[in-house]
Every structure is written in C-alpha cells, then in structure tokens.
Write a protein that binds this ligand. Structure first.
Ligand SMILES: [Zn+2]
Length: 309
C-alpha cells in the first residue's frame, strides 16, 4: 500500500498580500521537497470537484454565499483582520476542501493506505458561519462530515496538533457525538479558546492547553492524553489537522518542538490507528510559518505515513 499526496497548483493564486505569514511559498517548499524525494510509494493526486451540498453540511448557506461573493475581481479583500482573499482564492479554497474529499475516497477505496493533503488556505479556525485566522472553509470538518454522510461512519476522531486551538472545528462539532475533537495548543494564545473546561456536549472535545516554552519532552508526554482518549473513543477513521507551527523555529508561537517530533507523534498515532481503524488516517496541512521548519516537519510527518504502509 501507498500514501496519497493530494495537492493542486491553485494555492499559488491565493494571494494574501505582502508580508502575510500564510504565504504561497509555504506549500511550494513542501511540494518541491516531495518532488525531490521522489518516493515511488507516494501517489500524487489532484483534488476532485465536489458538490456545494457537501459544504452546506458544515457551513451555513448564508456564510457560503458571503464567501462566494467576497472574492474580488482584482486586488485583495478582507474577511476578517487577517483573513485575506484575492481573485485566485476561490479555486484555492475549493481545492483545499476537495483535497480532503479525494484523500478520504482514496483511503476508503484502498488506492492508498493513508494520505497527506498539502493545501492552503488552512481551515481549523473557520467556524460554521465565520472566517478567521487565515481560514475560510473548515477543510477537516468538511472531511469528517463527508465520512459521516457518504460512508455512514459513526466515530471519527480529529487530532489537531497545530499550535493554535482549532476553535472552528470545535464549534462545528461541539454537540456532535460522532466526532471526537482533540487539540494540543499553546494557551493562553490566539484564538483564546481551548481550555480544559470546553468538553463538548457528549464529552467529545478534549483540549490540552500547553504553556509557551513547552519542550519536546513535555509535549510528547502530553500527547499520551491524546492517545488515551483515542483508545477510549475507538474511532473508525482518524483525521489530522496537521499544523507545524509548534516547531521551535516558528515565528508565530512559542512551543519548542523539533522536526523529528512530528515523526514521533505521527508514528505513535498510526500505531494506535491500526488497532481501531486499520490505519485509516488522512492528514491535512494547517499552519506552519517558518519555511525550513515546515519543509523538514512535513517530510518527517509523511515519512511516518509512508513507513506505516
Ligand atoms: Zn496555527
């Protein structure tokens, strides 16, 4: 079996303006590196087109209309203080969502064992009816709802190791017992949510807030709580909100992970996934703003995905 790598060129036309940390080069350095590595077990796929009804399971129809009208004919348009779109953002946002759909279908059809989606814009801050934090549609949430609706799964776990709390994903699934959302994140920090007390209506949310300066060792110890919650929930499928901004070199946050730690946590997650869901794991890029750290960390992450085949 192989690992799927889902990406398209449309991210190159999602322009967020000069000096914005969520920039085009982020995905370019990731993709260029995988091209160079040229691993024969990596199956490259482009995102599929999908019906708008899939978005409507996750986001309000009014919000989707608002987003569709927000793409400017030229220049830039602001959806919130730091969420910016350009004319090319329309295709990029749809392809980011389409990537996780393609990845899920590929795993379910056994075209590959697991998959990584190299996309932008990211998604985990996008709420049902609100763009924020560089995120427009919540890619991973659309993926989880797709698994429920198309494949009739009843237990999906989302593990979000981005350094920021995924307020959007939590918002979307707060009262949905079919989805377990687990987040490790720097706290207190943007976006402000993500305390231990936010547990979901069905105890289906687990937040693991970590102080600035958290070391690799401390993080890896905390990750045991993630794995224990997975054991308790017994998911049929695992989605990863894979942000790499907990890296020590990341300019936006202050956790102290090293690139190899992303190999470690991916490997531990995959080993556990074998027990509950036959290793069915789809990962999608969220944050990560130091280009070198992002390139190394995604390589480590995908190395673990490939080894697990
Ligand atoms: Zn982040």
């Amino acid at each position: 079996m192989k690992t799927g790598l889902i990406t398209s060129d449309t991210y190159q036309n999602h322009n967020t303006g000069d000096g914005h940390p969520e920039k085009i080069d982020r995905v370019t350095v990731v993709i260029d590196n995988f091209k160079k590595l040229d691993n024969k077990n990596l199956i490259w796929k482009k995102p599929s087109k999908f019906n708008r009804s899939l978005l409507e399971i996750t986001h309000n129809s009014d919000y989707i209309n608002f987003v569709e009208k927000s793409f400017p004919e030229k220049g830039l348009s602001f959806l919130d203080g730091d969420t910016i779109v350009s004319p090319g953002s329309k295709d990029a946002t749809l392809d980011a969502v389409g990537s996780i759909i393609t990845a899920i279908d590929g795993v379910q059809n056994k075209d590959f064992k697991n998959a990584f989606c190299a996309v932008r814009p990211p998604g985990h801050h996008a709420e049902k009816n609100k763009a924020m934090g560089f995120c427009i549609y919540n890619n991973v949430a659309v993926g989880a709802n797709y698994l429920i609706n198309k494949y009739k799964l009843k237990k999906i776990a989302i593990i979000d190791f981005d350094v920021h709390h995924g307020n959007g994903t939590q918002d979307i699934f707060y009262d949905n017992e079919k989805v377990l959302y687990i987040s490790t994140h720097q706290y207190p920090y943007y976006p402000g949510s993500g305390t231990n007390d936010e547990k979901g209506k069905h105890n289906n949310i687990l937040n693991i807030p970590l102080p600035a300066g958290t070391t690799s060792e401390e993080y890896l110890n905390a990750y045991e709580f993630v794995l224990n919650k997975i054991k308790e929930f017994k998911p049929e499928f695992i989605l990863l909100s894979a942000g790499f901004d907990a890296h020590k070199d990341d300019p936006l946050a202050q956790l102290q992970l090293e690139s190899k730690d992303f190999y470690n946590i991916t490997k531990r997650t995959l080993e556990l996934s074998k027990q509950y869901c036959d290793g069915k794991v789809v990962s999608i890029l969220e944050g990560g703003y130091d280009l070198q750290a992002l390139q190394e960390s995604t390589e480590m992450h995908v190395k673990a995905l490939l080894e697990f085949n």
